[in-house]
Design a protein around this ligand. Structure first.
Ligand code: MN3
Length: 382
């Protein structure tokens, strides 16, 4: 394998830190040249030193002087702000861009990485939720392969190795069901932030943990899978599988089902995305099959309307998934800030989907405008 120079966008978050763990375990294969973070400047500076990074970007411009000073005795170049984030994703110092940022903010850096024909290890699913319709053709045209990091999509990607996509009958995305799997509608009205943040199987950042509790995360993943693997939403089935043993499956036209199983350890899909088609050793716990049970059930979109709203958005198409994402970001942020209740999240998203004007074929600039307009409306509904 040739040595890859990595840009890790969102290096201080959960996926970013685990990406650096993987990179550190194979110093002959990976050189970390670019690191970016939104606000966690102290960890960013530590990472820059540990990996002798060429360039760092801090998203929050107010923190620029702190980072600059902390790294003043190093050769690391320091930049700040959104434009710099976008710019470094296309840097000539980089072969592979790991997009581990959260939300819409990942979109434009990813576009710039594609425009510069980088390999994309995609962890920022919102990129494809919002703009998959334009991103996928662009990545094919410019020879910028997009490899999934999301565990479900990695499982499907692994199950498809050696198969033809024409042989796919359907994709089966598994969902842990989140902490409220067995809550009644009434119980859901009164759940607390702390309860929502205690995910039964995965340790992740706050935003995605809330998205998992509402099942919006699974809705996003349906959209992500549709673009990544070129299938219709009706050919993607979601099954609740509380054990999180099977990370997702592919059913083929002859009825065979292939699945990828493992412990819930994100380093595996991260490492596979970076080393594919090679599969390298990874230390860690191994699945004890004798202690696992495989149980599956259909998700309940009556109790978890976010999943239904995601299907609605993708069937509507155009700018609807962009509205879905922006409204969700604002509603989740408000829930984390204890300004709204858990059941207000789908209420706000549905209102935005009802009220924002439909656009059939938005450009990248239109997405930016639609995102801003939806955020404004969603904020007014809080
Ligand atoms: Mn996932």
């Amino acid at each position: 394998m040739e040595k890859q120079r990595l840009a890790v966008l969102g290096s201080t978050g959960s996926i970013g830190r685990q990406t650096l763990e993987v990179a550190a375990s194979y110093p002959d294969l990976f050189e970390v040249t670019v690191l970016t973070a939104n606000r966690n400047w102290e960890l960013l500076c530590k990472q820059a030193r540990d990996f002798d990074a060429d360039t760092v970007v801090i998203g929050d411009k107010n923190l620029y002087s702190k980072v600059k000073e902390a790294l003043s005795d190093t050769m690391t170049k320091v930049f700040a702000g959104e434009e710099s984030l976008e710019h470094v994703a296309g840097s000539s110092q980089v072969d592979t861009v790991v997009t581990a940022t959260v939300g819409f903010s990942g979109l434009f850096p990813t576009i710039n990485a594609i425009k510069n024909s980088k390999k994309i290890a995609l962890a920022n699913k919102e990129t494809l939720v919002v703009a998959g319709e334009r991103i996928i053709p662009l990545s094919m045209e410019l020879n910028a392969p997009i490899v999934p990091v999301d565990s479900e999509h990695s499982a499907i990607f692994q199950s498809l190795a050696g198969e033809r996509s024409a042989a796919i009958e359907k994709l089966i995305l598994t969902a842990s069901g989140g902490p409220f799997l067995n809550h009644t509608k009434d119980m859901l009205k009164n759940v607390t932030l702390e309860e929502a943040l205690s995910h039964p199987s995965w340790v992740m950042g706050n935003k995605i943990t809330i998205d998992s509790a509402t099942l919006m995360n699974k809705g996003f993943e349906v959209i992500e899978a549709m673009w990544l693997f070129g299938v219709k939403p009706s050919d993607i089935e979601v099954l609740v599988h509380p054990g999180s043993v099977i990370h997702s499956m592919v059913q083929f036209k002859d009825g065979a089902i292939k699945a990828q199983m493992g412990t819930p350890d994100m380093r595996l899909p991260i490492q596979y995305a970076l080393t594919f088609p090679e599969r390298l050793p990874l230390n860690g716990e191994r699945l004890k099959l004798e202690e696992t049970t495989l149980a599956f059930s259909k998700p309940d979109t009556d109790r978890f309307p976010c999943l239904r709203l995601a299907y609605r958005a993708i069937e509507t198409g155009g700018n609807a998934p962009c509205v879905l994402n922006a409204a969700n970001e604002i509603a989740v942020e408000a829930f984390i800030g204890r300004r709204i209740g858990f059941c207000d999240i789908p209420r706000i998203i549905e209102r935005c989907l009802d009220e924002i004007a439909f656009q059939k074929a938005p450009s990248f600039d239109d997405y930016r405008l639609c995102d801003a307009e939806t955020r404004k409306l969603a904020n007014s509904l809080i």
